[in-house]
Design a protein around this ligand. Sequence first.
Ligand code: 5GP
Length: 195
Amino acid sequence: MPDKLILFCGPSGSGKTSIVHHLLGRIPELAFSVSATTREKRSGEEEGRDYYFIAPEVFRRKIADNEFLEWEKVYENGYYGTLRSEINRISRTGRVAVFDVDVEGGLKIKSAFRNSLLDVFVRPPGIEELRRRLVARETESAESLEARVQKAGKELTYADHFSHTIINRDFDEASLHAEKLVKAFLSGVPQEGNR
Ligand code: 5GP
């Protein structure tokens, strides 16, 4: 089992992916855990860097073959999951895997790696701000935007299950907070959770 892993979770539009990318650019010890998904590739995304984009039947076969540490049907036609092989791949490089997953997936990763994990919940300042960010991102149809906002409302009620919370009001401030938490964790300083 890897001795250190880092989890960022929170609702879609909370800004967790941007925070994770900021950290990956600043801390060379980290490696992004690339999830598998059945959703369409967005413009600017790359196979094997952002996700492994696979067909639903391939995803379902991997579920049957127990290849996922955790998986979720996050939206209609949208399966997402963490492959066990991805964690092994990163472990072999000697780097520390960073997960960027939804809240359900986060809870599963947390229970699988209880003692070796830095777990951080990223929350937007509020639902209306989250809706505004999702609209500005221009990646969603009206329907999938509503689905994401609804899911976010429920996910926010799970914040207390995670050891650290970052409120992403201002990106620079939130990334600095994240960077401090991660650097302290990597250097072995005991982590004071905020709960
Ligand atoms: P998006 O479609 O915006 O890339 O991601 C939708 C949601 O799925 C986000 O909250 C994202 O963090 C989550 N997600 C991405 N990869 C995984 C994964 O491997 N497992 C789970 N459970 N959720 C994931």
